[in-house]
Design a protein around this ligand. Structure first.
Ligand SMILES: Cc1ncc(COP(=O)(O)O)c(C=O)c1O
Length: 391
């Protein structure tokens, strides 16, 4: 049976052309570290790393490659930012659409005296700017917000939020896990203080590489979570103040960076607009197909307006885990079911505790694959709890 991969929201597959080769070439033909050795291969590797930082700056509308910090991904980045910035007695605001990459560090911080305010979103996942402003008037020290929900795809008003944060003197941390390489982000133009990105989703790169971009001012307000060797100022007991070394202790994931650079090259050549159009066209097709099916509830906004390529479905007469199992077992359709690491988002959308089956098309999803998915969903939706499993 052919596989129909509809789990791009978790990670993109296939990766961009050239990613695997770039990683293999680095491992087989280069293999050295940077910032340690003084020889040609190390300098060449350092140039590739700098070039990758520059490409990320272009993508996210930023102008300082040294303040692009590499980590393993969004989770590590948000932990570094939140735990390094917030102290006992501080207040922080977040939305009800956040991923556990935000909610769990905040829950830990709440244990050490940080006051956490969760701003409720609407039943379609949207965040009315007036509600956000109300929370910012209480002057939290930071707002941490996802740019798009990983459960229903709804975009949150990042640009307006950044403007409001400027007005109220609040630091803004943006989670771009679902929008990096897909939707335009203008860190400098919008006035975002820090943003976290993952290499393996919309950027079409490998897992295990991601990072954050941070303004020089905010960087000095974040105590480095990690301390260790940087290959610089080794006589000091403390981490260097300058970027990126302030936050990059230890050896970088260089195979990941080489792979990410190849992915960024592809994303730049294709253009994020073209790549987004591909996945949004398939999302539109899926939403239209689902609109005629009874016995399911499609959560989030009604169409593709204000939405990324994420479609969550609640099967009304069937356990969603069973529906996902059937889709895979009988049609080879690969989805993700459950709470998608975002329990409060499901509470907001009215799909807690049952969760949903999430379909996330991507750059390589075909029209035929979506047609087949719609037919399969239609057939399953008609079935009822307790029907015979087909093995
Ligand atoms: C909105 C959101 N934030 C954070 C993350 C965590 O990203 P990573 O697994 O790269 O750390 C994800 C991953 O699915 C996500 O969708």
């Amino acid at each position: 049976m052919e596989h129909i991969y509809l789990d791009y929201g978790s990670t993109a597959f296939p990766k961009a052309p050239g990613v695997g080769q770039a990683m293999a070439d680095y491992i087989d033909q280069v293999g050295v570290n940077i910032g340690r050795g003084g020889y040609e291969a190390a300098y060449h590797t350092a140039e590739v790393v700098l070039d990758t930082r520059e490409r990320l700056c272009r993508l996210f509308g930023w102008n300082r490659p040294e303040s692009v910090i590499f980590t393993s991904g969004v989770t590590a980045s948000l932990n570094i930012l939140l735990k390094g910035f917030l102290r006992s007695g501080d207040r922080v605001a977040a939305t009800s659409m956040e991923h556990n990459a935000v909610l769990r560090p905040l829950a830990q911080l709440a244990q050490s005296g940080v006051e956490v305010e969760i701003i409720s979103c609407e039943r379609d996942g949207s965040l009315p700017p007036e509600r956000l402003e109300e929370a910012l008037r209480r002057r939290p020290r930071a707002l941490v917000m996802t740019h798009a929900s990983n459960v229903c795809g709804t975009l949150l008003p990042a640009e307006e939020a950044a403007a409001l944060c400027r007005r109220y003197g609040v630091r803004m941390i943006l989670d771009c896990a679902q929008t990096g390489g897909v939707f335009p982000v203008d860190m400098l133009g919008w006035g975002v203080d820090a943003l976290a990105f993952a290499g393996h989703k919309g950027l079409l790169g490998p897992q295990g590489i991601g990072g954050f971009l941070i303004t020089g001012e905010m960087a000095m307000e974040v105590t480095p979570l990690l301390a260790g060797g940087t290959g610089s100022q080794s006589h000091l007991e403390t981490m260097p103040d300058f970027l990126p070394d302030r936050f990059e202790a230890g050896t970088l994931n260089l195979p990941g960076i080489f792979g990410l650079r190849a992915a960024l090259d592809y994303v730049e050549r294709q253009g994020i607009h073209t790549l987004r159009q591909r996945s949004i066209a398939r999302t539109d097709q899926l939403l239209r197909g689902l609109a005629r099916i009874r016995d399911i509830r499609v959560v989030g906004r009604p169409g593709t307006e204000g939405r990324g390529a994420v479609v969550s479905v609640d099967f009304l007469h069937l356990d969603n885990a069973q529906a996902a199992y059937e889709l895979e077992n009988r049609w080879g359709i690969e989805t993700r079911c459950g709470l998608h690491c975002a329990p409060k988002a499901h509470q907001t959308l009215g799909t807690y505790p049952q969760g949903t089956v999430r379909f996330t098309p991507g750059h390589a999803t075909t029209e035929e694959e979506i047609d087949r998915a719609v037919s399969a969903i239609e057939e399953i939706a008609k079935e009822r709890e307790g029907f015979t499993l087909h093995f």
